[in-house]
Ligand binder design. Sequence first.
Ligand SMILES: Cc1cc2nc3c(=O)[nH]c(=O)nc-3n(C[C@H](O)[C@H](O)[C@H](O)COP(=O)(O)OP(=O)(O)OC[C@H]3O[C@@H](n4cnc5c(N)ncnc54)[C@H](O)[C@@H]3O)c2cc1C
Ligand code: SF4
Length: 338
Amino acid sequence: MAVIRDVMPAFQLYQPSSIADAQKLLQQNGYDALVLAGGLDSMDWLKDRIRKPQAVVDLSGIAELKGIRETADGVEIGAMTTLTEVAQSPVIRQRYGLLSQAASLVASPQIRNQGTIGGNLSQDTRCWYYRAGWPCYRAGGNICYADTPVGRNREHAILHAERCVAVNPSDTAPACIALDARFVVMAPKGQQVIDAEDYFVGPDLDITRMNILRPGYLLTAIRIPLKWANAEFYFEKVRDRNVWDFPLMNVASAMRVSGETIQDMRIAVNAVAARPLRLKMVEESVRGKPRNAATGEAAGKLAVQGAVPLQFNAYKIPLMRNLVKRAITGVEEAAWAS
Ligand SMILES: Cc1cc2nc3c(=O)[nH]c(=O)nc-3n(C[C@H](O)[C@H](O)[C@H](O)COP(=O)(O)OP(=O)(O)OC[C@H]3O[C@@H](n4cnc5c(N)ncnc54)[C@H](O)[C@@H]3O)c2cc1C
Ligand code: SF4
């Protein structure tokens, strides 16, 4: 367990009021800096004395990072917009109900009031060994405590694990991928606009990070194009408790249907791997097919190909198969709406 001492190590707190100033501070402090958004993830690291940054850069005073704006091609959501604002925004509810629903199912009202969309997308994994300061692979060591015969791994990965079997716990991430969102990132060499699915990083690329952000980087906005506005959406989150709980798994999809035929679809799942997974093979397999149980069944089987369970999470394989099937048939959406 983490060694808790009386006092958190001291750090310099910076409260910039512009993106430019925040960037300057982050670049000056490099690996010694921590970005603070709503603090629901980052404050844990500080309070547990596991991360000891020299500088904390608090983004809460930067007005240009807040709010939801309509643009010529959809909407742009500032990274510091709260999850409550995303869930309740009339334009998001009306056009992109998928994201509104995903945001409204995060944790609890208090956490949604404080947590930001940028922080929710950038949050670290919740693997308890790692969070408690155990020196595992992800923390720079040479063992995975979760992937042992006695490891507690009920919530862990069934796909794309490589040494680390932790999962990405974000509810909004798969919704952003299904909506074909793009993330605006300020990097030391300038602005980058990245496809949502490319923002996330698995252990095959870098075991110490969950996303592409490096020292000096800032996520500034999420852009959602018109392309999938008012599509047929499906979001389902399975968790142990109906409030205050991370997903055991979630699925998000956007679909265009003509008559009973699926014209096009984007679908992503999270909490099955260290990054949210877009299921491209499923998308390709359902195009031009009737939207019915047989198509859903076949897509579900395809989705779990290659899945490898750990000691305590075999349930995730039928769960994923069924969530993908339901995303295609839309059964639970009807139940949600009624
Ligand atoms: C009890 C509990 C239950 C929870 N349940 C859920 C759940 O059910 N579903 C779910 O999705 N989440 C859940 N969460 C996670 C919570 O929603 C997120 O931790 C929170 O949204 C993170 O957002 P934040 O604004 O607090 O970010 P912070 O904690 O401040 O930041 C999170 C991380 O992102 C980095 N970061 C944040 N913003 C930026 C930015 N703009 N640019 C660069 N880096 C940035 C920070 O440095 C930090 O590493 C839960 C958290 C708690 C404490
Ligand atoms: S699953 Fe990943 S984060 Fe958890 S103990 Fe193993 S290496 Fe560490």
